[in-house]
Design a protein around this ligand. Structure first.
Ligand SMILES: CCCCCCCCCCCCC/C=C/C(=O)SCCNC(=O)CCNC(=O)[C@H](O)C(C)(C)COP(=O)(O)OP(=O)(O)OC[C@H]1O[C@@H](n2cnc3c(N)ncnc32)[C@H](O)[C@@H]1OP(=O)(O)O
Ligand code: FAD
Length: 671
């Protein structure tokens, strides 16, 4: 079967792997990206960008200072903006995403938050009077914006943000102010140096009454000189774990006046005479966060895919040690521990991307509903995207780190691309709502679902399985080798565990309440259990999404995807075995059965491992990894990469000349 990656001159071990492929890699790639046309379009973009001198990096960013990286990134951003239509349909979200990944990379760029949050916030939350003016200019990139919500003292607890917006009826303006040091906006991406506008989240005050957090459009810098406007202090928060090319910023506002229309008033409104009208759903103003959390799934699925590609290809190329005496050194991919480390990451990357597809459909349906005045889909989507954002970012982070360690010493080098990838990706556990906090949002929803299920009330999409009757004992290992029924038995077991954990968490919460604690204090006493229930529920949702996509996939790729799904489900069940065992739903024997099936899956998938990662269709530019390159010619490339280190510009470094040589000389003369 064809793996389209085979080319002359490639590392022979990689070619050998590609020849054992049992499916058409293009078919799987097309399925992953929605269609053959989408796949071809991605490849055209890659080809054009790779050949274009505007996007060439003579010196890899690994060897540049942060300022130089930002300069190089800004230059490429300008080229993307001015010449974007030469490469792709600039109105197509996925084509643009791919263009940016190819042309600029993942470490941030001057327009990341402009497109990622500033424009979505305005489009989703602002009224026509404001959008008519600002959106055409923002889309035309006459202005650049950031989304400034988090403060030095508060990020999670939006209700206690300190920045104020006080309505002045006399002038029909809001006065926006930073009252304390801890009220300074701190962290917003692209706020520090790039943006000249921002959507700023402030506590709304009318007639001395605090109404709560609302968003306002504020101009920060002069449109001509880019200097901060009077009363505005703005800058970069300094180096951080990654996102080197993003100017995460700080901002203080000294009683800045903005016209009434600058409040984002699509949902909540303030009339000229200062009358406040709340939104039709209390949290519609938080809609931008739901949007980003939903879309983060795709990015994080791709991040994990990148790591899986690097680790799998490198493990096919790397030979080290022997499994049996008297035979040549083996490809490290033949070690069972290596497969157990890497293959679940491949499966999880597919599962995350497939889950994203489901969520995107639900998000689009919700937006359509809101436009027609219906908000009934929002609570379910908020709850499941909160859980998914937490589970996926954590899962991807652990997976990337496993892949990095699976590459041995070279995985620790920036040449592998994995340390930087991890740094960028792991930020997702924190931004858009810290994971522990977001899981609690899911858990709150589960508690309501438990109550509804007990009362026989209707259950919404993500919790519908709470209404199923449990069979009491698992069918795992009792389906006579029928794969479809085995998959269903595992899904049923996971659903049983999620439901049980939710019910038990609810009982624990209630018990503490009965013991005299307030609801809130009692909640804090059971949040570990609440978050555990939320995590398992979210993993059930992912497993169901993956299962749905696989069972409806084209027949040509269904067998390999079914193998991958088997591995995914066996791995998930073994990983969560304690939950399955705790109430005796599964026996120890059944868990041993799951483990033995998992080890069989590793062997089954081995011949297709390289082809499965090839099917993610990430180019060498996107991978940005010497170890993961498509041709597998790793060792020569590693040496050429290291030669570019600035430490190698001279044979004797000034620091050695100045300090180390005299020290050695002194020591010698002491003898
Ligand atoms: C195109 C994008 C692609 C992205 C690709 C990634 C690339 C990487 C680029 C990097 C970009 C980084 C960008 C980062 C940006 C940011 O980080 S912006 C700042 C984000 N900040 C947060 O997320 C803050 C987190 N805090 C909150 O969301 C809330 O404060 C809270 C924790 C949810 C609690 O809010 P609170 O007001 O206290 O509400 P509760 O009392 O807990 O809940 C009341 C009810 O409201 C419901 N609810 C809460 N939030 C929402 C929501 N967003 N939507 C709908 N409903 C919501 C909640 O469930 C409660 O419901 P009931 O139980 O029915 O009362
Ligand atoms: C790379 C990056 C980019 C960012 N970009 C932006 C941006 O563009 N715009 C923007 O406005 N912000 C941005 N942020 C800020 C980000 O949204 C916040 O850092 C995030 O929401 C977490 O809030 P916090 O920092 O206040 O953490 P904290 O809430 O202080 O969290 C600290 C600890 O306290 C725990 N904790 C807090 N509350 C609770 C609770 N109720 N229950 C249990 N535990 C709790 C947390 O779980 C965590 O362990 C960015 C952050 C990063 C890292």
């Amino acid at each position: 079967m064809p793996n389209r990656c085979i080319k002359e001159g490639d590392n022979p071990d990689l070619t050998k792997e590609r020849k054992t492929c049992t499916f058409d890699t293009d078919e799987l790639t097309a399925n992953l990206y929605g269609s053959r046309n989408n796949m071809e379009r991605r490849r055209e973009i890659t080809k054009k960008i790779s050949a274009d001198p505007d996007f060439a990096d003579p010196i890899p960013h690994d060897f540049l200072s942060r300022e130089k990286c930002i300069e190089a990134t800004a230059k490429k951003t300008k080229a993307v903006v001015q010449r974007g239509s030469e490469f792709c349909d600039v109105t197509n979200y996925y084509e643009m995403l791919h263009l940016i990944n190819e042309a600029i990379g993942i470490g941030g760029y001057p327009l990341a938050l402009h497109y990622g949050m500033f424009l979505p916030a305005l489009e989703g939350q602002a009224e026509k009077e404001l959008t008519d003016d600002i959106i055409p200019r923002a889309k035309n990139l006459e202005v650049i914006g950031a989304y400034a919500q988090t403060e030095m003292g508060h990020g999670t607890n939006l209700r206690e943000l300190e920045t104020t917006a006080t309505y002045d009826k006399a002038t029909q303006e809001f006065i926006i102010n930073t009252p304390t040091r801890s009220a300074m906006k701190w962290w917003p991406g692209n706020l520090g140096k790039m943006s000249n506008y921002a959507v700023v989240t402030c506590q709304l005050f009318i007639d001395g009454r605090k109404i709560g957090p609302h968003n306002f459009l504020v101009q920060l810098r002069c449109e001509k000189t880019h200097e901060p406007l009077p009363g505005i202090i703005v800058g970069d928060i300094g180096p951080k774990m990654a996102f080197d090319t993003n100017d995460n910023g700080f901002l203080a506002l000294d009683n800045i006046r903005v016209p009434r229309k600058n409040m984002l008033m699509k949902h909540a409104k303030v009339s000229p005479d200062g009358v406040y009208t709340p939104p039709m759903h209390a949290k519609l103003n938080y809609g931008t966060m739901v949007y980003v959390r939903a879309h983060m799934l795709y990015a994080h699925g791709q991040f994990l895919a990148t790591a899986a590609i690097v680790a799998t290809r490198y493990s096919a190329v790397r030979r080290q040690g022997r499994i049996e005496h008297g035979v040549p050194e083996v490809q490290i991919l033949d070690y069972q521990t290596q497969q157990h480390r890497i293959f679940p990451q491949i499966a999880r990357a597919y599962a995350i991307i497939f889950t994203y597809m489901d969520i995107k459909d639900q998000y689009d349906a919700m937006i359509k509903g809101i436009a027609e005045g219906q908000t009934d889909l929002l609570p379910d989507l908020h709850a499941i995207t909160s859980g998914l954002k937490s589970v996926v970012t954590h899962m991807a982070g652990l997976g990337i780190e496993q892949c990095r360690m699976a590459c041995g010493g070279h995985g620790y080098s920036d040449a592998s691309g994995l340390p930087k990838l991890y740094g960028v990706q792991i930020g997702g556990c924190t931004y858009e709502g810290e994971n522990m906090v977001m899981l609690q949002q899911t858990a709150r929803y589960l508690m309501k679902a438990v109550a509804s299920a007990l009362q026989g009330k209707p259950l919404s999409h993500s919790v519908a399985y709470f209404g199923k009757k449990s069979s009491g004992k698992s069918r795992i290992g009792k389906e006579g080798g029928d794969i479809a029924r085995e998959h269903e038995a595992m899904l049923e077991a996971l659903e049983h565990a999620a439901c049980r954990l939710s019910v038990e968490a609810s009982q624990m919460w209630e018990k503490r309440g009965r013991g005299g604690e307030t609801k809130e204090r009692a909640w804090n006493g059971v949040t570990v259990e609440m978050n555990r229930a939320a995590r398992v529920h979210t993993r059930v949702f992912m497993a169901r999404s993956f299962h749905r996509r696989v069972t409806s996939s084209p027949p040509s790729i269904r067998p390999v995807l079914t193998d991958l799904l088997s591995l995914y489900l066996h791995y998930e069940c073994v990983d969560m075995a304690h939950h399955l065992l705790e109430d005796g739903f599964c026996s120890g024997e059944q868990i041993r059965y799951l483990k033995s099936r998992l080890y069989e899956d590793l062997t089954t998938l081995r011949p297709n491992a390289v082809s499965l990662v090839d099917s993610f269709d990430q180019s060498d530019r996107e991978l940005n990894s010497v170890l993961g390159r498509r041709d597998g010619n790793v060792y020569e490339a590693l040496y050429q990469w290291a030669r570019k280190s600035e430490l190698n510009y001279t044979d004797v470094l000034p620091a050695v000349q100045k300090y180390v040589m005299p020290m050695m000389e002194e020591n010698r003369s002491k003898l």
